[in-house]
Design a protein around this ligand. Sequence first.
Ligand code: HEC
Ligand code: HEC
Length: 348
Amino acid sequence: MLKFVTNPAIGGWAGRLGAALLILACGQPAADAAEAGRAARMAKFARPSTVPFPAHNPYSPEKAELGRRLFFDPLLSASGTIACATCHHPRLAWGDGLPRAIGEARMPLPFRSPTLLGAAWLEGFGWDGKFPTLEGVAFTPISTAANMGRNEAELLRDLAGDPAYRSAFEKVFPGEGVSRSTVERALATYERTIVPAIAPFDRWIGGDEAAIPESAKRGFDLFTGRAQCSECHSSWRFTDDSFHDIGTGGGDDIGRGKLFPNSPSLQYAFKVPTLRDVAKRAPYMHDGSLPDLLAVIDLYNRGGVDRPSRDPHIRPLGLTAKERADLLAFLEALTGEAARDPAAVTPR
Ligand code: HEC
Ligand code: HEC
């Protein structure tokens, strides 16, 4: 609604028109336009209603339960002390809280343990995407010496020698029993059930205006607007599963550049991580080089290390202190509320 205000200092028809234009520029109609744009941006982050399972490895509750037992079982490691869950722990947002993972070698591995939240939707596995399928990743940690260091033949023998495991494998995989392939399929099925819990952000885009603070809403506008974060952190998981150099660290790991040595833009490129539960997963980045979310926001604000491979969307942002706080409030609104929604809790 346009309102005409008579400004005594200007007066007359021209004064009225000037005041009306002023209201047009910064009053209600402009705010309505921004809100409309916001609704369209919010719609792009709506959660899916089903979990995708591939035809070659369909879901069954028994298979997921067998995978869950394997995932939490330290029998899968040489020393009998390390399970998948040691590095992908549900209470640590499916990471381990360490800058870099520590396995059987008791020395930091080259990478930080990534979260497994939303694994069913992931399209390339590992920080540089070197593993093509979820099934295909399962045995690598088991048999890598510095990780779980377990001999494959001995592990399969021990599983087959355990009456409870043997009968569970026979039931889930009739005629196949314990094998590398059945272990991989059971683990992958369990991992696909690790779905991010509903977060305040989801309730907000579902229509509950009180679900997140105003600062988080302004942070969302920055995230999807001037700061261009959603160029890469798009979709309901806040990733498009692509690989970019965002100017992190000064280390000599060239990430996906190892697989594509001739691609200028893939040097120092790592996978765009999901931002679901991100506030619970410090430290950050593939090498755990940033201690907290403010340090991450500062990196983006500076524009990171300027080098030929750096993505064109990464450049100094000139954010004010208030804008940095808004972005932080937005990132904090992505933390799942498992306790509020028991159905969304992944089985332990
Ligand atoms: C010692 C810690 C450690 C253990 C134990 C471990 N992982 Fe990991 N996991 C990692 C690290 C580090 C990476 C990243 C590796 C890379 O990028 O090359 C990773 C990556 C993954 C990924 C890819 C995730 C993504 O976002 O790309 C999956 C899936 C995975 N692990 C599943 C498992 C399973 C299943 C087990 C047990 C059989 C397991 N992990 C045991 C540390 C561990
Ligand atoms: C060009 C693509 C791109 C853009 C734009 C981008 N990011 Fe990222 N983001 C990434 C990649 C790639 C990583 C992982 C880099 C690494 O591990 O070295 C990452 C990591 C992160 C992490 C750490 C997550 C974790 O688990 O370690 C946060 C938080 C984050 N980004 C937030 C943001 C915010 C906020 C913005 C906007 C200011 C933004 N990103 C813009 C690609 C992007």
